[in-house]
Design a protein. Structure first.
Length: 261
């Protein structure tokens, strides 16, 4: 397995590091890569920013992130950040990250995307789909079900407790599954609402496929009997209304993965 590291560690590692960051690129324009590196260099400790390019060999967001996390963990950092390059973190600083880490084990921030602001990550009680609220929060620190993987901050102790991102998800819902697993292990998850970042939504091949398949994987792995029965009863309806080829393939692949993995 080949990972292309485009920003490497220096030979003499500084001591007493507290923050590291992993950026994952996939066919990312040079200007966008440069901007992301510049932004996170201001937050991460010197030589603790690791960028992984998935362009030539796309092993998925989850697997690339895990590769970066494992590389950084040996330096005993307090907080590890994973992020997409298509974001602008504005006034979020190193101090912001360290302050928020006093409140949550896993955390993020509200984000702007296509003129809309998204706040808390919420898992639907019926079908376990992951979505975000739009209502502005009154409190600075707010608990959530999950944090967007486009910019997620995680204490190192979380990985020691629950392990890494589930690579079976490849991309989409890996952030929801990770947070759900952390919550089951009594880790706190939330957002800091007085700062926000901008996420430039880019088109992703097979997005509908992964969203459909991975929601079903999440539901049948963590859902209640009631939730699973509801989904099974709804299967015929789904089959009748789903005309999107990606969704049909996703349904087939989920059934295979659920039965044989």
């Amino acid at each position: 397995m080949h990972f292309s590291t485009i920003y490497t560690f220096a030979k003499n590692m500084p001591k007493n590091k507290t923050i590291g960051a992993v950026l994952v690129f996939y066919n990312t324009q040079q200007k966008q890569m440069d901007s992301a590196i510049q932004q996170f260099n201001r937050i991460a400790d010197a030589n603790m920013l690791l960028c992984i390019d998935n362009s030539k060999n796309n092993v998925g967001y989850a697997k690339a992130v895990n590769k970066g996390i494992r590389s950084l963990q040996k330096y005993k950092l307090d907080v590890l950040i994973i992020a997409n390059p298509d974001i602008d973190i504005h006034k979020i600083t190193r101090a912001t990250i360290l302050e928020t880490a006093q409140h949550f084990d896993i955390f993020g921030f509200p984000f702007r995307e296509k003129k809309q602001t998204y706040y808390r990550g919420v898992i639907d009680n019926l079908n376990m789909s992951g979505g975000f609220t739009h209502k502005k929060e009154n409190n600075t620190y707010v608990k959530t079900d999950f944090v967007s993987g486009s910019f997620m901050c995680i204490k190192s102790s979380v990985f020691e407790k629950i392990g890494y991102f589930n690579t079976q998800y490849f991309m989409y819902y890996e952030d929801v599954e990770f947070c759900l697993r952390a919550k089951k292990n009594e880790k706190s998850i939330g957002i800091r609402t007085d700062k926000l970042y901008t996420h430039i939504s880019t088109s992703t091949p097979n997005k509908e496929y992964y969203l459909t398949r991975n929601r079903l994987l999440l539901l049948f792995r963590y859902g209640t009997i009631k939730q699973k029965l509801h989904e099974i009863i709804a299967f015929p309806k789904h089959c009748s209304i789903i005309i999107n080829k990606q969704k049909l393939i996703a349904l087939k692949d989920f059934i295979y993965m659920f039965l044989f993995n």
